[in-house]
Design a protein around this ligand. Structure first.
Ligand code: SF4
Length: 287
């Protein structure tokens, strides 16, 4: 049985002391303990940003690539090796900005991955410029007169487009977030968790502002009721509902469809290629 220490990595942490990202890292480790996952059964995939550093701080398989491109990589990993628990760790800028197109089409394709978004409503790594979730009117270093376009409400977009697992967590409620992540990983198909993660260096609202507003969904919330889920996803001001907003019957996952149409089985389960076969393939591309 793994423990929290099982996932400790030797990488030096570069986050600001006190950043709520530490709470998310702890929640991820706790979720993997609960799920009884060994490091070699996990693959974390990320792009660029403060969130994208999380896989460095957790001992497991990882792929850290281009800005906004974690989702297609994770989808490919899941096709090649469905035995891996594949989790995309991304931020609001990375996922909703650069990677917005990938995210929307991943909802349609439905790969069996979990997408966890550290949402601090800015680009924190590059010093606080507006991201797709920065509130209307907020002044930022590049938006000196205030953001003049509406923020994206991605949980709402995901629910309306039939993502079958949509949740919102809060970085300072570690055990609550852990419980959401456990359920998200167990859910077959795309599971999506938006995590409120206030940036204590470049953010304009203190952590206490969020602490006063987040409200765990009660047992009276029916996560199978799409209309109720949408109503909760739309609330983002006086109260911010957290928990599993929407969860419904899984639908056909991308890897299953892809493999049945294109290949005989997962790449990871195929016999290793003979050296001569590999040489033959390479010779077609390398003169
Ligand atoms: S800049 Fe903000 S998000 Fe990045 S590590 Fe510091 S507090 Fe956290």
């Amino acid at each position: 049985m793994p423990s929290i220490e099982t996932y400790n990595s030797n990488a030096e942490n570069q986050w600001c002391p006190g950043c709520p990202n530490f709470g998310i890292l702890q929640a991820v480790k706790k979720a993997f303990v609960d799920l009884d996952k060994k490091p070699d059964q996990i693959c974390l995939v990320s792009g660029i940003g403060q969130a994208a550093k999380l896989p460095h701080y957790l001992r497991c398989n990882l792929f850290n690539g281009l800005h906004g491109r974690a989702i297609p990589v994770a989808s490919g990993i899941q096709v090649a090796n469905p035995n891996l628990t594949t989790l995309v760790v991304t931020g609001d800028g990375d996922c909703y900005g650069e990677g917005g197109n990938h995210f929307i089409h991943a909802i349609r394709r439905n790969p069996n991955i979990t997408v966890m978004v550290h949402n601090n409503e800015i680009y924190a790594l590059t010093k606080g410029q507006a991201s797709p979730t920065t509130p209307l009117g907020e002044k930022r270093s590049l938006q000196v007169k205030g953001v003049d376009i509406e923020p994206l409400n991605m949980p709402m977009i995901a629910i309306t487009n039939n993502c079958t697992f949509v949740a919102r967590g809060f970085a300072r409620k570690i055990d609550h977030l852990k419980t959401i992540l456990v359920e998200a990983v167990k859910h077959p198909g795309l599971s999506y968790v938006d995590v409120i993660q206030p940036c204590i260096t470049w953010g304009t609202r203190p952590v206490a502002w969020y602490e006063e507003r987040v409200q765990e969904l009660g047992e009276d919330h029916d996560s199978g009721d799409k209309k109720a889920a949408l109503e909760k996803a739309l609330i983002t001001d006086d109260t911010i509902p957290i928990g599993i907003l929407y969860r419904t019957e899984p639908r056909s996952a991308f890897a299953h469809r892809y493999r049945s149409e294109v290949t005989e089985g997962p790449l990871a389960e195929m016999p290793a290629m003979e050296a001569d076969q590999l040489k033959d393939i390479l010779s077609r591309y390398i003169p």
